[in-house]
Design a protein around this ligand. Sequence first.
Ligand code: AMP
Ligand code: ZN
Length: 137
Amino acid sequence: MPDCIFCKIVRGELPSYKVYEDDKTIAFLDIRPVNAGHTLVVPKTHANNIFDISPEDWAAVSETVRKLTIAIEKGIAADGVNIAMNNREHAGQVVHHPHVHIIPRFKGDGLKLMPQRTYKEREAEESAQKIRDALKQ
Ligand code: AMP
Ligand code: ZN
């Protein structure tokens, strides 16, 4: 994808603080980190997000995320790590090339990622059933 910024990073046409590379994936520092060491893992082959990445590329990204999470916790001396992925615009996706955020966390860093709520009556059962039905399609 010629104009995709993460494809440009993969091709070396844009600079990045690359921390890892293998045949299917690369990992580099997010330019605007939540905490220092915040890393993005991306497939080398262009796709938009989780909805169209190939199962093989997703498996490779997942394994790179696992490896990098261990290295980030150790290397950055983090107290914990969040793993996140935004898929589609209304979920906060800005760069339309699949990427998983690995965010080192520190005791007392004060970040609260997502507000949570309780289910209304029947909402949990209905939601679970919709997902089970979609899996059968
Ligand atoms: P998302 O909202 O999940 O699409 O996140 C896109 C992320 O890419 C943001 O956290 C940006 O800070 C990051 N980003 C954008 N451009 C670059 C770049 N050239 N190098 C590294 N990270 C970038
Ligand atoms: Zn791309």
